[in-house]
Design a protein around this ligand. Structure first.
Ligand code: SF4
Length: 271
């Protein structure tokens, strides 16, 4: 999607960066990388979050160390394909969230998408519809993705590089939309781990505190982790705010847009 002059003026008036899609070869969104992506040095999980102060939306993206997959998360799910994994989630009663759910919320999008969005937990509407990121927060996410020419629609006419897979860290709704508990996150994590293994994304966008905690093993606030590139199992990972938070804190939208621009830049370099 090309920005119109009016949209350019509007974004600039709002103080937002304008993301310009790369000039693509026929049928391709991404050009050949100008330089290879920088790869973080190997480190222990505890060194996953560097001490360096983050910068906000840099044009050059520093990297953080990779995070080791916890052995508890490897488990018996490691050999399951999509249908078996979907069934395992639907039947799961590993934590007490199973008791009040209407249904599990597995994930949505193309199963080999190069982009993967990881959110937090289903809300009321997600619990009802069985799909992550629906309602106002989901509409905002869709608009953010559309601004980068990305889509969660798996069977549309999007080019392969425009496809996104979306999954939550928790597959069942916490009652009253309360925060997920550590034991719930730990028990549900293997499902997300296997989803990431199956999707094999080229870039992960972690949205919100609990997605970041699950993927980066970090308790640092989003504001300190955004603006740079992390790694999850070698996959570049960009941190940003959850759309539900953005709806309550409109001034932060500009930062989220910067995060998306950073993600797009990293994706292009890695393609
Ligand atoms: S939240 Fe996850 S671990 Fe808990 S019952 Fe649902 S699927 Fe199972």
């Amino acid at each position: 999607m090309a920005w119109t002059e009016h949209q350019h003026s509007l974004l600039q008036a709002l103080g937002l960066r304008v993301w310009t899609p790369p000039v693509a070869e026929a049928g391709s969104l991404a050009p050949a990388p100008a330089e290879p992506p920088r790869v973080a040095a190997a480190a222990t999980p505890s060194a996953a979050v560097p001490a360096a102060a983050p910068t906000v939306a840099p044009t050059a993206a520093p990297t953080a160390a990779p995070v080791a997959l916890p052995s508890a998360a490897r488990g018996a799910l490691g050999t399951l394909g999509w249908p078996e994994l979907r069934e395992a989630v639907a039947a799961c009663r590993a934590c007490s969230l199973c008791e009040k759910r209407t249904q599990t919320v597995f994930g949505v999008g193309h199963e080999q998408a190069p982009w993967m969005v990881v959110g937090e937990a289903p809300g009321e509407q997600e619990d009802r519809e069985g799909e992550p990121f629906v309602g106002a927060a989901g509409q905002l996410l869709d608009r953010m993705l559309a601004a980068l020419q990305l889509t969660r629609v798996a069977d549309g006419d999007a080019r392969p590089e425009q496809r996104v897979y979306i999954a939550n860290t928790l597959k069942c709704r916490p009652p009253g939309n309360r925060n997920p508990q550590p034991d719930e996150l730990a028990k549900c994590e293997p499902f997300l781990v296997r989803q990431i293994e199956l999707v094999k994304p080229r870039l992960i966008l972690a949205m919100g505190r609990f997605a970041v905690q699950a993927l980066l093993r970090s308790d640092e606030p989003i504001g300190k982790l955004r603006g740079r590139v992390h790694r999850y199992q070698g996959v570049p990972l960009v941190v940003t705010y959850h759309p539900a938070y953005l709806l309550r804190n409109l001034p932060e939208k500009a930062k989220a847009w910067d995060d998306l621009c950073l993600a797009a830049e990293v994706f292009e370099r890695a393609s």
